[in-house]
Write a protein that binds this ligand. Structure first.
Ligand code: FES
Length: 574
């Protein structure tokens, strides 16, 4: 494709000689755009998740200006547009309920408008997968620019990490080992610059995924949000997207099965978030890339853990960037990866990362001296989770990897809140805590409530980890022996719904098994007595979500959104 306006998609609006062209050009000119902007040059949409209600994305308005400069410089015409933003720290009941809604907004906004290529500006956890899902269903030339991590958090003379240290400080406050004043001081220093969470939480994990699959420019994942190099990256992305339109380098040529396999392997080496699983399944599903839950275990679980970042390690994204960032990790993993996958640069992953070096082995370990030999996400099966459940061994306690304990069951999040700190709760450190009803349909929205606090009386005895099981997710910044994404979930009658107080639960991560020691006859009789919970919501988007959402092993997308409709508008109105 060239700059010839007859071949560009935007020519269907701006290249028209009659009524459509008159209104498309004429009304757009009210922003002061001169005539030459409509001469057939590539029109680039800058899809912006900026919002005052999403602190991790609040700097994207400025970043959009850098992208525009790059687009103009390369001979394109940039048009910025807002889409739904999903701020992890403010939205209730959970941003995950709205990830698919935001993806619909992105998809339809791109398709409905005169765009030839798209730059996605994303940052906070769900904004990256939502934008990728929506853009994938249209499949134009697309490049992502993530917002970059915040600078390291600070508490007195200590580095503190988003999420991870919030859990730690909250646990210590509940245990009575720090004061309310200490807690407030930590709050003031944890989020002190532009950017997303700076642990290897979900936002950093998704940014690394985007770089690994080749949808952003090299080093794009780790440059800190306030670093001038991120603005330069935005400018260069603006340059490059114009060329990508001319090369017709669409998302589907980049986000292929080999690229997805690379992402799974790199995520294991990073100690990345468990949320990676549901997001990558959903993104792959939009492009028709074959991907199953078991692929995460088969491809990733034996990979070495190389990156020493919280929550699995000690350091933060700022340190990771100075240590060489993702290109250095990819170089270490070279023998395990498909280095010939195509990226937005027009070059291969191998070409992009050739010569990348590690500058700090405390942060990025060498492949022959990994932090752990095998640390990727493990997929469990058994009579408690016939369609799978996951655990992140690198963030769990080694002594609990094989465990058998009596279940202490909470039927809902409200039941948990009411009883967890009851001094009369019958619980000890060897029990297995089970929380039902926080899955995709049941909550609804599958919140990050799967890493729930331990009983106060056990905390006060010094207990800091127990086996916890739920059909929910956990924050990428969380840690512990937490079994998540149990499928089918309790609300649709999965076996989790049938667990009762006192049932023995057997976990064996090495054997990938999770079972309740209850006879089939007993389970059958419990199933006959089980009645589905009444839906929490039936109307509006949330009602639509409950009706159409898929289970965790399918990526929690809506069944009506899987796949794509391409870039063509559905019908011409005139
Ligand atoms: Fe936005 Fe963590 S709250 S990335």
């Amino acid at each position: 494709m060239t700059g010839d306006n007859k071949k560009l998609r935007s020519a269907g609006w701006f290249g028209d000689e009659w009524h459509q062209g008159f209104v498309s050009r004429g009304w757009t000119k009210n922003q002061g755009h001169p005539e030459q902007m409509f001469d057939g040059r590539p029109v680039i949409g800058i899809c912006n998740t900026w919002s005052d209600l999403n602190p991790c994305n609040a700097h994207l308005r400025i970043l959009a200006e850098q992208v525009k400069r790059g687009v103009y410089e390369a001979g394109g015409f940039p048009l910025e547009f807002p889409v739904t933003s999903l701020g992890e720290t403010l939205m209730k009941p959970t941003t995950m309920l709205y990830r698919n809604l935001a993806s619909m907004d992105v998809e339809e906004s791109i398709r409905a408008n005169p765009l030839d290529g798209v730059v996605l500006l994303t940052s906070c956890d769900k904004t990256t997968p939502a934008c990728l899902m929506g853009a994938a269903s249209v499949d134009l030339p697309t490049i992502a620019v993530t917002g970059g991590p915040m600078l390291n958090g600070k508490f007195r003379n200590e580095n503190i990490g988003s999420g991870t240290d919030v859990y730690r400080f909250t646990t210590e406050l509940r245990a009575g080992s720090i004061s309310r004043l200490d807690y407030l001081e930590a709050e003031a220093g944890i989020s002190r610059s532009d950017g997303h969470c700076m642990t290897m939480g979900t936002a950093s994990t998704m940014a690394c995924m985007v770089e690994t699959v080749g949808l952003t420019l090299p080093s794009g994942a780790a440059i800190p949000g306030p670093d001038a190099r991120r603005k330069r990256l935005g400018h260069l992305a603006g340059n490059r997207i114009v060329e990508m339109v001319r090369e017709d380098l669409r998302m589907s040529r980049i986000l292929t099965r080999p690229a997805v396999e690379n992402a799974i392997k790199v995520n294991a080496a990073l100690g990345g978030s468990t949320n990676f699983v549901v997001h990558l399944l959903a993104i792959a599903g939009r492009l028709g890339v074959e991907l199953k839950l078991d692929d995460f275990d088969r491809l990733g679980s034996r990979m070495p853990h190389l990156v020493n970042l919280m929550p699995s390690g000690e350091y933060l994204m700022e340190d990771f960037f100075y240590a060489g960032g993702l290109p250095a990790v990819i170089q270490e993993l070279e023998e395990h990866l498909h280095m010939d996958t195509l990226t937005v640069t027009g070059k291969t992953l191998g070409e992009n990362t050739s010569g990348a070096q590690c500058y700090n082995r405390a942060v990025i370990a060498a492949i022959d001296k990994p932090l752990k030999e095998a640390a990727g996400i493990a997929v469990l099966r058994g009579n408690l989770c016939p369609d799978g459940a996951i655990i992140k061994p690198s963030a769990a306690s080694p002594e609990l990897m094989q465990h058998c304990g009596r279940a202490v069951v909470f039927e809902s999040i409200e039941d948990y809140r009411a009883r967890i700190d009851d001094p009369n709760l019958d619980v000890d450190k060897d029990n297995v805590l089970v929380l039902k009803g926080i899955g995709p349909k049941g909550f609804p929205g599958m919140p990050e409530a799967g890493k729930f606090g331990l009983p106060k009386k056990l905390l006060q005895q010094g207990v800091r980890d127990m086996v916890c099981i739920s059909d929910g997710r956990m924050s990428g910044t969380a840690y512990g022996t937490v079994i998540l994404h149990v499928a089918p979930e309790a609300a649709v009658g999965g076996p989790l719904a049938l667990v009762e107080n006192g049932d023995l639960i057997e976990l064996d991560v090495e054997k990938r098994s999770l079972n309740m020691v209850v006879s089939d006859e007993e389970l059958q009789s419990r199933r006959q007595a089980w009645t589905p919970p009444r839906p929490v919501v039936t109307r509006g988007y949330a009602g639509l979500y409950v009706k159409h959402v898929l289970q965790a092993d399918k990526g929690v997308d809506l069944d009506i959104l899987v796949g794509g409709s391409g870039p063509d508008v559905y019908r011409e109105p005139r």
